[in-house]
Design a protein around this ligand. Sequence first.
Ligand code: 5GP
Ligand code: ZN
Length: 114
Amino acid sequence: MAESCVFCNIAAGGVEANVVYRDELVTAFRDLNPQAPTHILVIPNEHVESIAHIGDHHPTLVLRMMVVANRIAASEGLEGGYRLVTNVGTDAGQSVMHLHFHVLGGRKLAWPPG
Ligand code: 5GP
Ligand code: ZN
């Protein structure tokens, strides 16, 4: 765990978050500043900086994150569709350097993104 990383602290239960799912590999919680009616972040419990740092070591972890994201979309009633996004690095606007998938839905989402 990276002591100063807010998402490591949420995964460890040391920082308050509206957690919707937790298992031994991943945690999912509502975004503090939601950009859509449903905006949930799915993170690995272990510190991985971004999807660009996943290498060959974590294939099961990424699969679990995606399965959890899909289950969340179903439980949130996003039958009309949703977006699964992960920002990598500053040019993409990554502001928390702990891998996270955004699950966004509940409204029509514009494309292309800004
Ligand atoms: P990024 O910009 O890195 O792709 O996304 C980071 C997301 O984390 C943002 O949508 C931001 O609102 C959210 N966020 C940052 N700090 C916290 C926090 O302490 N708690 C929660 N629930 N969300 C956070
Ligand atoms: Zn972390």
